[in-house]
Structures are given as structure tokens and as C-alpha cells.
Design a protein around this ligand. Structure first.
Ligand code: FES
Length: 92
């Protein structure tokens, strides 16, 4: 069964920040032209995984909306996710 069937643009692309496909498409239609601009506009990619889960999907939507090939989309910078480390782990 297709989990996304019937959800249309309301499916979450960025689960960390709860940003839907519709919000991303709206940002592009309002003028966002890069993954960084979409990030600033919607917070997609600013969650705990730092875009690890959603970055490629955002790039694909951007390419679709701008009618570009995926390789024509400017690669966005991203930070590695930071995870808490215990003091004990640093002492070893
Ligand atoms: S899914 Fe978008 S930042 Fe984690």
C-alpha cells in the first residue's frame, strides 16, 4: 500500500521541522531559488538531522518546480548532525 496515496502536497518532506511539500512549493512559487533560500523560508533542513533526511527531496522538488535537471540545482551546504556525548565517553 502506498503510504502517500491521497496525501497530495500535504505530506511531510522535512519531518524534523514538519515542513510539507506544499509549503516548499509555495516558497519556490513565491521566489525561493535555492535549497538555502527554501531552508531560510520554511526551516526545511534545520532540524535535528540537519537535512540528512530531507535535503535530496527538497532538491528534487526545486528542480521540478524550476524545470531544471537535478544536477543543475546548486548543492547546499549542510552541517553534520551533532549528537550528545557523555563525559565518560570523552574520558576513555
Ligand atoms: S528531515 Fe529535515 S532536517 Fe531532518
Amino acid at each position: 500500500m502506498d503510504e502517500n496515496k491521497g496525501l497530495g502536497d500535504e505530506k511531510y518532506i522535512c519531518r524534523c521541522e514538519e515542513v510539507t511539500e506544499a509549503e516548499i512549493r509555495d516558497a519556490i512559487r513565491a521566489g525561493a531559488r535555492s535549497v538555502v533560500e527554501i531552508k531560510r523560508w520554511t526551516r526545511a533542513g534545520m532540524g535535528i538531522c540537519q537535512g540528512r533526511s530531507c535535503r535530496r527531496l527538497v532538491e528534487r522538488i526545486l528542480a521540478e518546480e524550476l524545470k531544471l535537471k537535478p544536477e543543475e540545482i546548486e548543492i547546499s551546504s549542510f552541517r553534520q548532525p551533532v549528537r550528545p556525548v557523555s563525559i565518560k565517553a570523552m574520558d576513555e
